[in-house]
Ligand binder design. Sequence first.
Ligand code: C2E
Ligand code: CA
Ligand code: CA
Length: 598
Amino acid sequence: MHSIQNNKTKQPPITLYLLAGLIPFSAYAFYHLTAGIFQLGIATLINALLFGLVLLHNCFKPSKRWHNHVLVFSMSMMVIIGCNYVGIRGLAFMFPVIVALFFNYSLRRAMVSSVVFSVIGLIVATNSIDPLIVARISIPVALTIAFSFLYAKTIKQHKYALKQEAALDYLTGIFNRRSISKWVETKVSHIQNNTLALYFIDVDDFKRINDSYGHAVGDQLLTTISQRLQNAVHHSVPGFLNIDCKVARLAGDEFLVAIADIKRKNDVEIYGDKLLKSINKPVVIDGISIDVHTSIGVAATQDSDIEPAALLNHADVAMFEAKKKGKNRIGYFNKDLADKLQEKNAIAQRVKNSLEQKHFYLTFMPIFEEATSGIIGAEALIRNDHESFNGITPDKYIQVAEEYGLIIDIDLYVIEACFSHLQDIQPALLKQKFTLAINISSLELKNKQFPAQVEKLVKQYNIPTSLIELEITETSLVDYNEDSIALLNQLKSLGFSLSLDDFGTGYTAFNQLQHYPVDTLKIDRSFVWAIGESNNNKGFMIDVILSLAKLYKLSVVAEGVEEQHQLEYLQALGCSHYQGYLLSKPLSWQELKALINT
Ligand code: C2E
Ligand code: CA
Ligand code: CA
C-alpha cells in the first residue's frame, strides 16, 4: 500500500544549511573586519551567529517565543549599527534576521515576504550610487532569500514526511489507528445506501507466540499478517478487487480492515470469511512453522451505530465475543450484543456515580485458622447501598469496572477505606495474629503507579503493611510478564503479603509458582463445593493444591466452605485456613471488631 516500511523519516540537512549559511555570512563579516569596516563586520558576525542559533533551535525545538527574543535583539542591533554606518539604508541590514521569521511561515508566505523585503532593500540600496554599498547590501539580501527558500522548502518536506510517518504504523507500514479512524469518519459521512463494515482482527494467542519464539519472530508474524490482509483486500482474493477499503494495525496484535462500499448485505459475511481464510495459514519464519489463528469481530453500519467510534467499539465487542466462544472464528455485532453493551454502559455509569456519591462500602468475611478455630484475618468485600445496584452482584460490576477502567478508582477506594478502618485499632491488631485481605484487580499489575499510590496511602494512614494481604486472581497471572512480576515484588518489598485468589482456575503451570512472590494460595470455592461429589476430579484438586503449597511453603485458605462435610474433608487433609458461610457470612466492620476483641 505504502512504500515507507520501517523507514525513519529523514531529517532535513539542517546542519548543512547551517554551515552553508554561516560560511558566507562569516566570510562577509571577516572581509569587513579585515578591511577595517568594523561596525559592519561585527554586526554581520553577530547576525551570522544568531542566524545559526535560530536555525539550530528551530531544528530541535520550534518555539516562537525564544525565537522572537533573538529576533528583537538582533534586529535592533542591526538597525542601530547599520543606520549609524550608512544612514537610513542601514534598515536593509535587518533582512538576514527577518529571514528567521520566515522559518515559521509556510513556503509561500516565506517567499512572498522575502521578495517584498528584498525589493524594499534594493530600493534602499540603489538610493546610493556607490556600487560597493549596493553590493554590500545586496549580498546579504540575496543570501537571505536563497536560504529562506531552501530552508522553508526542506521544513515543508520534513513536515510532510512526519505527517506520513504519523499516519502509518511504524512496524508494518500500513495505516495506524488514527489514520484509519479518520478514513472511516470521512467514509461514514458519505455512504448512503451502501454498507460500511469494520473487521476487528485479533491474533489468537499472540502472546504465547511472542513468548515462545521471541519478539523478532512476533514482529515478523505481524508484518506477514499485515501483508496477507493487504493482499486479500487489494489483490489475490477474487471479489476483493476494486473495493474501497483500508487495512490498519490498531495496536499490538490488533488489525482493522474497513470496507466502505458494500452493496449487498450478505457480502459483509463473504468478505469476513475471505479475510479469515487469507490469514489463517501457517507462517514459516526462520524455518519454524507457526500456526496462525485469528478472531474477527464485525460491525457494519446496517446493524450498528453509525458513529465511527461506536462502530469500532462494536467491532471490538464482537471480536471479544468471538474469542469467548473459542477463538479462530468470526463474531458479528448484533442485537444481543448491543443489549449487553447497553447494560454494561449503564452499570459503568452507576459505578461512576457511586464512586462520586460514596455509595460503596465494605463488608468483611472472617478467615478462620484450624488450629485455634479463631479468626486470623478477614477479607474485605465491596458492597453498594444504592437501589440501582439491586440484583447486580459485585462479580458483575467489578468485571464491568475492569472493562471500563473504573477499577483503579475502586481499588484505591477499598484500600483507603480499609486503612481508615484499621487506623484506630492497629496497635491492638499488631499484638495478635491478624491480616486484612484486600482484593486488587489484575489491571493493577499493569499499572506502574499502583505501588506508589498504595505507599502514599500507607504513609498517610500510618498502617503497618504487615497487616495487609493483597489478593490477585490466579487468572491475572496467565498472561503475566516480567513487568507484572516486578510490580508484585515492589508490593512485597513494601511489606504486604500477597495471595493468589481463585487458585486452581487459572491453569498456572505449577513450576511457575516459584516465580511468583506470593505467600498464600486461596483454593477456589468451586473445588470446595465439589467435595463429596462422586466421580469428580475437583476434590482431587484440593489434594494437589495442598501438596503444592507444602512444596513451595505457602499457606492455604479454602474459600466457600458451606457444609460441615467440606470442613471435615479439608481438616482431614490438613488445610489450615478457611472462610465460608458455614463459619461466618461477611460482617460489618463493627461486628468484626467485636469478634476479634479490639
Ligand atoms: P472473591 O475474591 O473470590 O471473593 C469471595 C466471594 O465469595 C465473595 O463474593 C464472598 O461473599 C463469596 N463467598 C465467600 N464464602 C462463600 C460461601 O461460603 N458461599 C458462597 N456462596 N459464597 C461465598 P462477593 O463479595 O460477591 O465478591 C465476588 C467477587 O468480586 C470477589 O471474588 C472478587 O473477585 C470481587 N470483589 C469483591 N470485592 C472486591 C473489592 O473490594 N475489590 C476488587 N477488586 N474486587 C472485589
Ligand atoms: Ca478474594
Ligand atoms: Ca476467591
